[in-house]
Design a protein around this ligand. Structure first.
Ligand code: ATP
Length: 512
């Protein structure tokens, strides 16, 4: 099965089991907007809790806030979003499809890299053990030709990106013979700027309506509240402010399911520090964030850092944590050293002092800031795409399992009376009552036990607890493990601790 097919199956699975639905589906949906269903919301809340507690509980100098989505319009002037939150757009006149010019070029570059990789693999096969990859790359004429072409296009692209030179974007697209994947033609329009912020009217027109924006990132809520939190929380530099909330971007090309949405959720933390110490904090946060991901056990090899070649004008360092999605390594989280750009601009535009007085040195300064920013939805996709697997069992049957890390699993245990009579449902209900205050549990008595196991596997429930006739005599139940499918008899009294050991968020946090 190709990764593409696997991804389609995953999207269908998400809908079938109540994780994610297209928004307003009965009206045929709304582009790149999705709803989280009854299981999706549980998984999403668990992801958010893992992040929130890692930030605000494990760090005594980080506190959380929940700022409003609507903000004063000047916020977005100060942040630079009004002037520069743009994507370069290009249309194909034949298919009438719209693309991001930068993405078209980046995809083209990725295809060249792919060609080089294939050439190298061919060489490896041909030369076997004697294969010297470095030498091959330096001498093979096909590789050299592709590499020279890559360097030339890449160089032009970086220059055009730095200069915001849209005419050059178009020229690269034409020179490289990049065609529209739908029409197959090069009948392109010019490249234009497109602002990604959604705007709406605030107040009735009678009282003079103002244009306000739906926030395109949560970070600015933190910056404008910086001085309130610092003063009321008596926070001393260095300290951080964390926030989880909705953000909105009118993405030009919204695709790949919940990877790129128009309404999404972010988990952002701004860490304020003394100017000159920001690189130290940048490196500390790079390490801490990677550790947070790896502790989930989804394979260290599936993550990598991608340092930015082109830095935004306000940043002095930036990296992405990329994850190996079914469609390749892509950005999951950004870590940026943003200097005093945001607080400095807000101070200037608002006329309010946003400096910090350092009681130890007697200095006053506008703090520098290191940001960690991750999309909840992208994190959700990371977990699900890694978790999904289809296995062939010894008896030839297949089972679909979501191997979701247990502390994030939407349902922790399913309680299943073997039959719907003989007092088994009553005992099963007692087991539910024992567990439900600490764990999200499901009670199911319909269908054969095998079918019920399959359903729980398909939603990633770590434990299935079966109550049978023997349970009435010995006070024990059969506990089946989702991943190994092994079964063991466990005393009802011991269930709580057994489940807790595996699903406890506290144990996961202890690894950080
Ligand atoms: P991209 O290059 O993929 O558009 P970005 O660099 O614009 O992302 P940031 O502005 O750094 O992204 O946002 C921080 C994080 O928010 C991203 O790493 C991602 O996880 C998430 N995010 C950004 N845009 C979207 C979106 N449209 N849908 C879902 N998540 C998003």
């Amino acid at each position: 099965m190709t990764q593409d097919e696997l991804f389609k199956i995953l999207v269908a699975h998400c809908k079938e089991y109540g994780f994610i639905f297209p928004s307003s589906e009965i009206y045929d949906g709304l582009g790149a907007v999705y709803d989280y269903g009854q299981l999706g919301v549980e998984l999403k809340n668990n992801i958010k809790r893992y992040w929130w507690e890692a930030m605000t509980r494990l760090n005594e100098n980080i506190v959380g806030i929940d700022a409003a989505i609507f903000m004063h319009p000047s916020t977005w002037v100060a942040s630079g979003h009004v002037a520069a939150f743009n994507d370069p757009l290009i249309d194909n006149r034949d298919s009438k499809k719209r693309y991001r010019a930068d993405v078209l070029i980046e995809d083209y570059l990725a295809r060249i890299e792919e060609k080089i990789k294939k050439e190298v693999e061919k060489g490896r096969k041909r030369f076997g053990d004697a294969f010297d990859e470095e030498k091959f790359r330096e001498t093979n004429p096909n590789v050299l030709r592709e590499k020279a072409h890559y360097d030339e296009v890449h160089g032009r692209y970086l220059k055009a990106e730095q200069a915001n030179d849209f005419a050059e974007y178009k020229q690269i697209i034409l020179d490289c013979d990049i065609v529209c994947p739908i029409s197959g033609t090069k009948n392109w329009t010019d490249v234009r700027q497109f602002n990604l912020m959604f705007s709406t009217q605030f107040g009735s027109t009678g009282e003079g309506a103002n244009t306000v924006y739906l926030r395109p990132e949560t970070a600015q809520g933190i910056f404008v509240d910086y001085i309130n939190v610092q003063k009321t929380g008596r926070m001393k530099i260095p300290f951080g402010i964390a926030q989880i909330g909705k953000a909105f971007r009118n993405e030009v090309v919204a695709r790949q399911f919940i990877f790129r949405m128009r309404e999404f959720e972010q988990m952002e933390m701004e860490f304020f520090c003394k100017p000159g110490t920001e690189m130290e904090w940048f490196n500390k946060w790079k390490e801490a964030r990677m550790k947070w991901h790896i502790a989930l056990g989804m394979g260290a090899e599936n993550y990598r850092f991608h340092d930015h070649e082109k830095l935004a004008h306000y940043a002095n360092a930036a990296t992405d944590i990329e994850f190996n999605f079914p469609f390749g390594f892509k950005e999951l989280e950004g870590i940026h050293s943003r200097t005093d750009f945001d607080l400095g601009n807000h101070q200037q535009l608002s006329g309010k002092k946003l400096t910090y007085f350092d009681p130890e040195t007697g200095e006053s300064y506008v703090p520098y800031c290191v940001e960690t920013s991750i999309g909840v939805d992208r994190m959700f996709l990371t977990v699900l795409s890694h978790a999904y697997r289809s296995e062939t069992l010894e008896n030839g049957e297949t089972r679909v399992v979501l191997g979701i890390p247990a502390p994030l699993a939407p349902v922790k245990a399913a309680v299943l009376p073997l039959v719907k009579k003989d007092g088994l449902p009553e005992l099963a209900q007692k087991v539910m009552d024992l567990l439900k205050y600490d764990f999200n549990c499901q009670y199911e008595e319909k269908d054969s036990i095998g079918k019920r196991y399959r359903r729980q596997d398909a939603i990633g429930t770590p434990f299935c607890i079966t109550v049978d006739h023997k349970s009435l005599e010995d006070g024990c139940v059969t506990v089946r493990d989702r991943d190994t499918m092994s079964q063991e008899r466990v005393a009802v009294d011991a269930l709580h601790d057994m489940i807790d050991r595996k699903v406890s968020l506290g144990n996961l946090l202890r690894q950080l």
